[in-house]
Design a protein around this ligand. Structure first.
Ligand SMILES: C[S@@+](CC[C@H](N)C(=O)[O-])C[C@H]1O[C@@H](n2cnc3c(N)ncnc32)[C@H](O)[C@@H]1O
Length: 275
């Protein structure tokens, strides 16, 4: 399923034996792998920089509210989705191109007792398998770095958002000196899988898709701090040198981290000035 590029992404993230490694990590942290709490899962399921703190910040920025329907695009193992469901009362669909993440993510969600509020769907962000205007909030957290066609991604997100719906994003972008040169990085073992735009081109792509910017913050300094102090690898994660390379890339001006909120405006003028 999917394009060759998407299959390569699935191979990058979908390592064999993931479920067993996560269960072992939970057990050694004193949790019951068959009935973990959402909080106990944080150590293994937040596949982005700055961990659960970044997820909570983004949810606050987005104004995530009870009953809202959320699409977590590239939602991985569902770590952010379970927080949106358990702490903010949202109903979340995780869409991800890595089949193993969908399978293990659904298992972890059922074991944490959230199977009715967080659903998983294996599929592509470039062909979102949902009808127009089906979500109040779209969410991308470190999931666009593997996607070359940003215009198509944001057109798809705009299409599935209801008018007035928001896109919350927390992403790694290229820096003032260009894209990273050191590999592996957490999202890509080689340049072929890494597709970072600088902030100005990312913003232009979002705007072309009809998404209006409500907030945009550079969170690179706090990301660099976190990278300096983070402990060793996660069971679902990349090798430690990938994080060291990300920190070096930030220092070289070749990576930045951004947290932003956009909206699909209630009514948009077409090219003729009518609604
Ligand atoms: C670094 S992980 C982040 C996972 C999750 N957002 C989190 O923060 O815990 C990136 C995720 O994006 C997914 N992804 C990359 N390209 C995708 C695409 N074209 N369609 C759907 N998911 C994609 C990957 O499979 C992976 O699960």
């Amino acid at each position: 399923m999917g394009t060759p590029g998407e299959r390569a992404v699935g191979e990058h993230y979908g390592r064999e034996g993931l479920e067993e490694r996560i269960s072992a990590a939970l057990r050694s942290a004193g949790a019951d792998p068959l009935a973990p709490s959402v909080e106990e899962l944080h150590a293994v399921d937040q596949l982005h920089t700055r961990g659960v703190r970044a997820t909570l910040e983004l949810a606050e920025l987005a104004g995530a509210s009870p009953g809202e329907r959320v699409l977590d695009v590239g939602g991985g193992l569902g770590g952010p989705a379970r927080i949106l469901a358990s702490r903010f009362g949202c109903r979340v669909v995780v869409l991800d191109v890595t089949e193993e993440f969908c399978r293990v993510g659904a298992l972890l969600t059922a074991r944490a007792g959230l199977g009715e509020r967080v659903l998983f769907r294996h599929g592509s962000a470039l062909e979102i398998p949902f009808p127009d205007a089906s979500f109040d909030l779209a969410w991308t957290q470190h999931s666009t770095m593997n996607i070359p066609d940003k215009d198509r991604l944001y057109r798809e997100i705009h299409r599935v958002l209801k008018p007035g719906g928001r896109l919350a994003m927390h992403e790694i972008l290229a820096g003032p000196s260009g894209p990273p040169r050191r590999f592996p990085l957490p999202w890509a073992a080689s340049p072929a899988l890494s597709h970072l735009l600088p902030p100005n081109r990312m913003r232009a792509s979002l705007s072309r898709a009809g998404l209006r910017e409500l907030a945009w913050s550079d969170v690179t300094p706090q990301t660099a701090e976190w990278l300096k102090t983070r402990s060793s690898g996660r069971p679902s994660g990349p090798p430690p040198e990938a994080f060291a390379n990300l920190l070096l890339s930030i220092r070289e001006g070749r990576a930045t981290a951004v947290q932003a909120l956009l909206e699909r405006p209630e009514a948009q003028l077409d090219g003729n000035g009518s609604r």
